[in-house]
Design a protein around this ligand. Structure first.
Ligand code: AMP
Length: 189
């Protein structure tokens, strides 16, 4: 059992400079891709798994079969693959619940290795959503929409993310995401 307050590995709890060797927890998505409990769909290009610590009622990860470590490794040649990942995201979201709103995107500074797109319903109703970091990682610009990643790749042939600036976003005060929410004092438009 985990001690109270201990960070669950794979949930943005890595010490700066930690090594990512084979078998390290940050490689966990690779074994989850073959785990029948988590794997929900696959085709010749991608595997779709359930997020092991879902931050909403429906939370999936879509991973390419091609070995791509992260956003920084993307090149123009991956545009078609990313469009396919986006299309599979729409399909799995519709299958999960047509009435819920979903977002499709990537964490700017992912904690887990191997490129993965999050497909997450916007209810954020989950016992695993426990920390400010979790909330901010899905509700600030730290979460980059798949369409924006595709735009960057099409325009520049690469994806640029600023690690320091993005890590600051995780520390931002909690803000409500409901547009014009009158209950939320920190809403600043
Ligand atoms: P990130 O790397 O920040 O994009 O997020 C990694 C996501 O992977 C988080 O939403 C975790 O809940 C999830 N996760 C961590 N470990 C595993 C695992 N072994 N299998 C499936 N999902 C995982």
């Amino acid at each position: 059992m985990m001690a109270a307050g201990a960070k669950r590995k794979g949930e943005m709890g890595e010490a700066p400079g930690a090594k990512r060797t084979p078998g390290h927890w940050s490689q966990g998505l690779l074994s989850s891709m073959d785990d029948p409990e988590l794997r929900v769909d696959a085709d010749d290009k991608v595997v779709i798994i359930k997020d092991k610590y879902p931050k909403a009622l429906h939370h999936f990860l879509i991973l390419p079969k091609e070995k791509i470590a992260n956003l920084k490794k993307l090149k123009s040649e991956h545009i078609l693959l990313l469009k396919h990942i986006h299309k599979k995201g729409i399909e799995i979201a519709e299958k999960a619940d047509k009435n819920l709103q979903f977002r499709f995107g990537y964490h700017a500074v992912p904690s887990m290795s191997h490129l993965h797109m999050h497909v997450i319903s916007q209810d954020f109703n989950s016992p695993f959503l426990k920390t400010k970091k979790h909330w901010n990682s899905f509700t600030t610009e730290y979460f980059i929409d798949s369409k924006d990643i595709l735009d960057q790749l099409e325009d520049k042939g690469r994806v640029e993310t600023n690690t320091t600036e993005n890590e600051q976003l995780l520390k931002r005060e909690l803000r409500c995401t409901v547009f014009l929410c009158t209950l939320c004092s920190s809403y600043d438009g």
